[in-house]
Design a protein around this ligand. Structure first.
Ligand code: FAD
Ligand code: SF4
Ligand code: SF4
Ligand code: SF4
Length: 668
């Protein structure tokens, strides 16, 4: 005999404003099987939960329905309350009368009627719930971090310092990410490399960190606690063990091209190179598309001759390595919107009027960072790429690509207001008498000491800010003619500039979608990886055991990326600190007696969670072929249930009987 308790929450005014709580409570009390029906202002609060616990015990409830917000928000809270009072936590249902009702229907009568329908359905469902127990899965206390920028570095060090092994996979020849190429950093203007390189060295020398540079994740199998990751180590053509990093090879290489990725295409490097002097590992790599020997199969070979350690290996090939990990942290960062080239996104129609890619002295913000940096191609002197002269007037244009529904991306890139202020300061400090002009839409400088920083750029260092857009840039007699508007003065502005710097939008790194698909992680309409809950689970994803941090999630500055990385590491360590790993038991089950072994479910499961299995029949004679669910992999999506022609697949907690009873309760 069912003894169901229904607990209706006001959610302050969130529910109570549009739903008649008293009427709901009274009507629910009359529903068959309902033993008690009460309401409270905040059911999730301590006193609210105490009422639930008391009623479970005093009324000997066999199930409960909490009519309140989304189960995403508080199902765990109410399950815990039930468990504390001795009720199996899987005998708890939630009727979402907030998001599905009071937030979308403002006619009180209709909202109240719908709330009653939702509760009635939940009551019918909970009557048919069974006691379930969480699934235990083995746990590998080892982490994989993908991306070796500042976020990946921080996450790897936090986990390694806590005593666990970490494999760090970075696709470039060195770790460091974008921060390694920055000059000085807002809001303190401390040198980026001075802060970062000691951390990079720490990663390189840490006994608990295994570094895979020039590598990418090829495939991912397994599930939370037990991932098996295949890593492709790209051919480097240099034996990392024999190589001493002496530099004889790159000093002797005759190929020198304007290729340096680190200098954003503004500096030279050899065909055999280390990306920058502080690279970790400080070992070279041969660019197979630039090297004479590797392109033609014959010729040059000077590096091989000069290398006393005999480390050059032209026969090197890609290698596949397998790593086991219990948790994966994705920290693949960002790239800048290349307004001259990028056509991979239908939303982007470009900014041809700014002349990027056409005029040499129109550059993007990361290129400017390299010009200002002491380790950059000009040794830190700000010189025009076209003729090496010092620019006397620089125009900075913000929001290029960001906040532009018409031809760019709708979101704000969040950091460019700050780095543009920084750029004007660095330029003015290095170029006495130089003019810095900034075109902006808004100044967004929310952060500790951020607004003060922007004010300093304007009030102390004298950057001139114009609120308005630039409509066209042309080149005349070696000058860039920038035509725009100052909407505050209500006047057009024309500036003769020597250089233009574009604060272009931040976008997710190349290849992140393929990686997200391997990990079953979602991404938003702009391609940034999705968190599980924007407020309560900001570094978790919907794939159990996979965490995200840094700019792969959204545009971020360094402090935010580092904080998020430590949060992801913290979540990983919480998981590693558990005695055993448990998973929610609401997964699919196959009835092996009725399974016709057609394997439609095997083909249809998006998580490859169903395997073909062979079992002996009860008499032990014939082999019976069936489908079987891997408990570790199943995400409970229900695809197999919908696909199975013999109705042999069923989802725990969402049986056919339960769904039909809910539908029937609506009809009667
Ligand atoms: P990244 O630095 O992008 O690192 C990601 C790493 O992952 C890279 O090494 C990349 O090669 C690797 N990777 C990508 N895909 C894969 C893959 N599939 N497999 C393996 N590895 C992969 N912030 C500040 O706080 N102060 C400043 O002064 C400042 N100045 C800036 C100036 C400019 C012009 C710009 C554009 C940004 C600036 N920032 C500044 C922001 C700063 O660059 C970012 O906050 C920071 O770099 C984010 O770190 P990350 O590790 O998330 O990403
Ligand atoms: Fe440079 Fe290739 Fe010649 Fe080596 S063999 S020196 S990498 S061009
Ligand atoms: Fe524009 Fe500033 Fe947002 Fe960048 S941070 S997109 S410059 S408003
Ligand atoms: Fe695969 Fe989804 Fe079925 Fe689980 S419920 S076995 S994830 S199809």
């Amino acid at each position: 005999m069912a003894r169901i308790g229904v607990f209706t929450c006001w959610c302050g005014e969130n529910v109570a404003r549009h739903v008649d709580i008293e009427k709901v409570t009274e009507t629910v009390a009359q529903m068959p099987g309902v033993r008690c029906s009460i309401n409270y202002k905040y059911m999730c609060s301590d006193p609210g939960q105490a009422q639930i616990r008391d009623k479970i015990q005093s009324e000997r409830l066999t199930g409960l329905v909490v009519a309140s917000c989304s189960p995403h928000m508080h199902l765990k809270t109410f399950r815990k309350a039930a468990q504390t009072a001795g009720l199996n936590p899987y005998l708890v249902e939630m009727a979402n009368i907030r998001e599905h009702c009071s937030w979308v229907h403002h006619n009180r009568e209709e909202a109240t009627a719908k709330a009653l329908d939702l509760i009635r359905m939940s009551v019918e469902k909970v009557k048919r719930d069974h006691e379930l127990v969480p699934i235990r899965v083995p746990l590998t206390r080892r982490a994989l971090v993908i991306g070796g920028g500042v976020a990946g570095i921080q996450a790897a060090l936090d986990i390694a310092d806590a005593g666990h092994e970490v494999a760090l996979v970075e696709r470039e020849p060195s770790i460091g990410g974008k921060m390694a190429g920055l000059s000085e950093t807002f809001p303190t203007l401390d040198c980026s490399q001075c802060i970062l390189t000691p951390r990079m060295v720490e990663v390189g020398q840490h006994p608990n960190i295994k570094l895979y540079t020039y590598s990418e994740v090829e495939s991912v199998e397994g599930y939370v606690g037990n991932f098996k990751i295949t890593i492709r180590q790209k051919a480097r053509y240099v034996d990392m063990v024999k190589c001493t990093g002496c530099g004889d090879c790159w000093n002797s290489c005759p190929i020198k091209k304007n290729l340096s990725e680190f200098d954003c295409g503004m500096g030279f490097r050899k065909a055999i190179y280390i990306p920058f002097p502080q690279a970790v590992p400080a070992r070279p790599v041969i660019d197979r598309l630039a090297c004479t020997r590797l392109k033609r199969g014959t010729g040059c070979g000077l590096c091989e001759k000069k290398c006393q350690a005999k480390a050059i290996n032209f026969a090197d090939e890609d290698k596949l390595v397998v790593e086991q990990a219990g948790a994966v942290i994705v920290a693949t960062g960002y790239k800048l919107y290349n307004i001259a080239k990028e056509q991979d996104n239908a939303q982007l129609s470009g900014y041809g009027e700014y002349g990027y890619g056409k005029y040499k002295d129109v550059i993007d913000a990361l290129q400017f960072e390299r010009l200002v940096s002491a380790s950059g191609p000009t040794g830190g002197e700000i010189k025009r790429p076209s003729d090496g002269k010092i620019p006397q007037s620089v125009v900075f244009i913000k929001c290029v690509g960001s906040r532009d529904n018409a031809k760019g991306l709708a979101y704000c890139s969040k950091i460019c207001c700050m780095y543009t202020a920084k750029h004007t300061m660095l330029y003015k400090h290095k170029t006495p008498g130089g003019e810095a002009h900034v075109f902006y839409m808004d100044i967004r400088a929310g952060g500790k000491a951020y607004d003060e920083f922007v004010r300093r750029a304007i009030e102390q260092d004298g950057a001139k800010y114009y609120r308005g857009r630039v409509s066209k840039i042309t080149e005349e007699n070696g000058k860039l003619i920038v035509r725009g508007a100052d909407t505050l003065a209500g006047a057009p502005v024309t500036i003769e500039a020597d250089m233009v710097v574009l604060a272009v939008a931040m976008r997710p790194a190349d290849g992140v979608h393929a990686l997200a698909q391997k990990l079953n992680v979602g991404y938003d309409e702009f391609g940034f990886l999705s968190e599980s809950h924007p407020k309560l689970r900001p570094v978790e994803t919907n794939a159990a055991g996979v965490f995200i941090c840094g700019a792969c999630h959204a545009p971020k500055d360094i402090p935010e990326a580092v904080a998020q990385a430590s949060a992801a590491a913290g979540k990983t360590l919480v998981m590693f600190g558990r005695e055993e790993l448990t998973r929610e038991p609401e997964i699919a089950r196959i009835n092996e007696q009725t399974c016709a072994a057609c394997y439609t479910c095997v083909r249809g499961c998006p998580y490859t969670a169903i395997e073909r299995a062979e079992t002996l029949t009860p008499k032990g004679v014939h082999v019976k072929y069936t489908a079987r669910v891997n408990e570790g992999l199943c995400m409970g999506c229900g695809t197999c249930v919908a696909l199975c022609p013999s109705k042999s697949a069923e989802l725990e907690g969402f049986t056919e009987q339960q769904i039909y009873s809910m539908v029937e309760s609506l009809m009667t």
